[in-house]
Design a protein around this ligand. Structure first.
Ligand code: TMP
Length: 215
């Protein structure tokens, strides 16, 4: 089973990923948690290139680097784990590319969809949790996490995080379009209590496992 988490930076995905992993492990599931970009030796190197602030990367270059990282992770790690019936929890997948490079950077959505399909070998998540938060609230969270005062130096943020509030607003709108058009998405308010969110996530996951057992 492939479970993905999506949302703008600072939405609290990693907290929910950790809670879900703990729950599933305690219930005797083999669980593999991965994040994008990254997860293999080469993909981690690509992550460094993508996030380091000193690099000036074109939108197309950015798209292809995220996709190259994904192709490595899918073929080397995700597909073998799914073949062994592990539950794979993925912190970001190609929906991030659609939201960030498509809606955020303005790249052509049809071309992007083809590249997403190639990079992911046609894999589609069983369920996708989208944690919705305004870019302003996300930024406040991010800063309190990193203990940075709000009058910040731009270079305290990584290359993607330095893209500005307008960019993040477009990314958020992109995510909302994805939620509207794809049944596999579950829309969650990222500002709700983390434990309440965890229980809501479990409510969606449990029926999937029951359905899986009957197959
Ligand atoms: P994160 O691992 O801290 O979430 O950082 C990854 C950053 O890369 C985040 O700003 C979202 C961005 N991103 C894209 O722009 N496109 C993608 O396809 C993926 C996977 C991430």
């Amino acid at each position: 089973m492939l479970i993905t988490f999506e949302g703008i930076d600072g939405a609290g995905k990693s907290t929910q990923v950790k809670k879900l992993k703990k729950h599933l492990t305690e219930n005797n599931h083999e669980v593999l948690v991965l994040r994008e970009p990254g997860g293999t030796l080469v993909a981690e190197k690509i992550r460094d290139i993508l996030l380091e602030n000193k690099h000036d990367i074109t939108p197309i270059g950015e798209l292809l680097l995220f996709s190259a990282s994904r192709a490595e992770l899918v073929q080397q790690t995700i597909l073998p784990a799914l073949d062994n019936r592990a539950v794979v929890i993925l912190d970001r997948f190609y929906d991030s590319t659609t939201a960030y490079q498509g809606y955020g950077r303005g790249l052509d959505l049809d071309i992007l969809q083809s590249i997403n399909t190639i990079a992911s070998c046609g894999l589609v998540p069983d369920i996708t949790f989208y944690l919705d938060i305004s870019p302003e609230d996300a930024l406040i969270r991010k800063f309190s996490e990193k203990s940075i005062p709000l009058a910040f130096e731009e270079n305290e943020l990584d290359r993607m995080e330095s893209s500005g509030l307008d960019f993040y607003q477009r990314v958020r709108e992109g995510y909302m379009k994805l939620v509207e058009h794809n049944d596999r998405f579950v829309l969650l308010n990222a500002c709700d209590d983390p434990l309440a969110l965890h229980h809501r996530i479990l409510n969606h996951i449990v029926p999937l496992f029951s359905a899986d057992r009957t197959q």
